[in-house]
Write a protein that binds this ligand. Structure first.
Ligand SMILES: [Zn+2]
Length: 302
């Protein structure tokens, strides 16, 4: 777990006190899934024997107004409940796409306990997208507003969302406070290339930006606070930030949309050179965040 306390930062006067990276278990995905392949997707899904270990990360931001999550990880029930996924074809494909290593103690509420927080103090959870490894913790935070893009939410009304791994049995749970959000037009040159943005706290500390490609409604969140470098949480837009800058698309998603989103993130990085980009399934995320925050503190101290 990477626990970054910004209170020790003398110049920090912002509404964000700290950001934490934690995982809700581990998985394995195929090399072709992570790094892309010239083969048709169903071919490598059924034939690939190469597996790469990946964390199922989520992020916790301590804001003056309460705790904010970016994604909620995987529900350990996926390992213990044979009927966790309703469709038989879904269960078949899941075994070919992922190997999962998840224990009861990986449940969101228990992970937050381990960080010294209570799940009941989460006021908002932002979802990069609605795949099962990102929405698995919502039962632990019934009081929280669940923020998802309107485009992502619309998939539930389209035919066979389960074919896109949008599984209503994990999303439409009783009492869940889903809040589909609309991006607003903006003149801010930083965000204009994205075609809109949404400021979740009204103070500029957490800005949602559409970054479609992995799913049509995928979004990223820019976290900004004095005393820390700007951080972009990008969900599954890429599995490793370097791949994005090398224009290497993964083996799933819409390649054209992915490349367009890569270009927007690259432009953002040019405008914010110390921007730290953190994907949800990158083992280096914790180390990269710690290093960036240390470098920033050192620069301020100097
Ligand atoms: Zn994922």
């Amino acid at each position: 777990m990477a626990n970054i306390d910004l209170e020790s930062e003398p110049n920090a006067k912002s509404a964000i006190k700290a950001i934490h990276v934690f995982n809700t278990g581990w998985g394995e995905q195929h090399k072709e899934h992570r790094y892309g392949s010239k083969l048709p997707q169903m071919w490598w899904v059924l034939t690939s024997r190469s597996w790469i270990k990946i964390p199922i990360n989520a992020f916790l931001i301590e804001h003056d107004a309460g705790l904010v999550l970016f994604d909620t990880g995987l529900d350990p029930a996926i390992a213990s409940d044979p009927g966790y996924i309703n469709s038989a074809i879904g269960r078949f494909l899941l075994r070919r796409i992922f190997r999962l290593h998840i224990k009861p103690e990986d449940k969101l509420g228990r992970k937050l306990d381990g960080l010294g927080f209570a799940a009941r103090d989460v006021v908002k959870a932002v979802f990069s997208h609605m795949h099962f490894d990102h929405v698995g913790g919502i039962a632990d935070i019934p009081q929280a507003d669940l923020l998802v893009s309107e485009r992502e939410w619309a998939q539930l009304s389209e035919p066979h969302p389960e074919q896109e791994w949008i599984l209503r049995e994990h999303i439409e749970i009783p009492g869940a406070k889903w809040r589909p959000i609309k991006f607003s037009q903006t003149d801010d040159p930083l965000f204009a290339p994205f075609g809109g943005c949404h400021d979740i706290m009204g103070d500029g500390s957490m800005i949602l930006l559409p970054t479609p490609g992995h799913t049509p409604g995928s979004m990223s969140m820019l976290v900004r606070s004095e005393g820390m470098p700007p951080i972009l949480l990008i969900g599954d837009l890429t599995y490793e930030a370097d791949l994005l800058f090398n224009d290497r698309v993964p083996g799933t998603g819409d390649a054209k949309q992915l490349r367009a989103s890569f270009a927007k993130v690259t432009t953002l990085k040019e405008r914010l050179p110390d921007l730290v980009i953190l994907p949800s399934h990158d083992e280096k995320a914790m180390r990269n965040l710690e290093t960036a925050l240390k470098n920033k503190s050192a620069a301020i101290a100097a």
